[in-house]
Design a protein around this ligand. Structure first.
Ligand code: ATP
Ligand code: MG
Length: 242
């Protein structure tokens, strides 16, 4: 990466999120800079999805602050955040199953008005995901899990996000599909999209990312350049099965 200081896209300070009286996120700090691919790894129940939902305005915070593009987003509604370029592909994908692939992609662009640009971007998505092109008029609900993941990512990209949040994109996919999804994540990142990648597949995530954070029981317990984390004995023992 270049040595010039990069703009901070997302900054999280002391974030706390509770469900009823139960603290799921207990005061975490992290930041993501322009163009970075940052991964958040951790065991089941660590608080990763909760953190993403707080960032996208789907859950209120019990404490701390999140700023996006230099301004606090406390209380900003999810649709407004999407409009401001903050897109999430949720766990379980959430494609519109009764719509075709083309219709799903058009929905992803609903915050845009540049019809020519939208058409060009649909073609671009078909270039990245040829499988979607072959099935353009198929109902999304009838596609395989991997195809739905591709569609969910393509739909999010249609909104031209400044920050893309991916929650476990490889979950439940075959090894070949997992490789394909990671290849696309790397490509999207190489094209300059800033990405926060939540993953259980810590090895692939750290191999793809610039930097990583580990969450355990609602706290960030480790962070650093992804290459260094891959070599860290604690990370290797706990998350890489070594
Ligand atoms: N709607 C909810 N109501 C109550 N508790 C919840 C709710 N959603 C999550 N939790 C709890 O909050 C904690 C963090 O959950 P979260 O979904 O953020 O974990 P995660 O790191 O994404 O795990 P996974 O890897 O399994 O997806 C867990 O203990 C979970 O049981
Ligand atoms: Mg989760």
């Amino acid at each position: 990466m270049s040595a010039t200081p990069q703009e901070v896209v997302l900054k999280i300070n002391g974030l706390m999120v509770s469900y009823g009286g139960i603290e799921a996120v207990k005061g975490i700090d992290f930041e993501i800079r322009q163009g970075e691919l940052v991964t958040l790894i951790g065991a089941n129940g660590a608080g990763k999805t909760t953190t993403l939902k707080a960032i996208t305005g789907l859950l209120p915070w019990a404490g701390g602050d999140i700023s996006y593009m230099g301004a606090s987003i406390k209380g900003r509604q999810p649709f407004k955040l999407l409009h401001d370029g903050l897109a999430m592909v949720p766990e379980g994908r959430g494609v519109f199953s009764r719509m075709t692939i083309i219709e799903n992609l058009q929905m992803g662009a609903y915050v845009r008005t540049d019809d020519a640009g939208i058409s060009a971007d649909i073609e671009k998505m078909f270039g990245i995901f040829p499988r979607l092109k072959e099935r353009a008029n198929q109902l999304a609900g009838t596609m395989s899990g991997g195809e739905q993941q591709m569609l969910a990512m393509a739909r999010a990209l249609m909104g031209q996000p400044k920050l893309l949040l991916l929650d476990e994109p490889s979950m439940g996919l075959s090894p070949i599909m997992v490789d394909k999804i990671f290849e696309v994540v790397r490509d999207i990142s190489a094209q300059g999209v800033t990405i926060l990648l939540v993953e259980q597949n810590a090895r692939l995530a750290l191999q793809a990312a610039h930097r990583g954070y580990v969450m355990e029981s609602g706290l960030v317990t480790m962070s650093g350049p992804a290459r260094e984390m891959l070599d860290d004995p604690k990370v290797r023992a706990a998350y890489l099965g070594e």
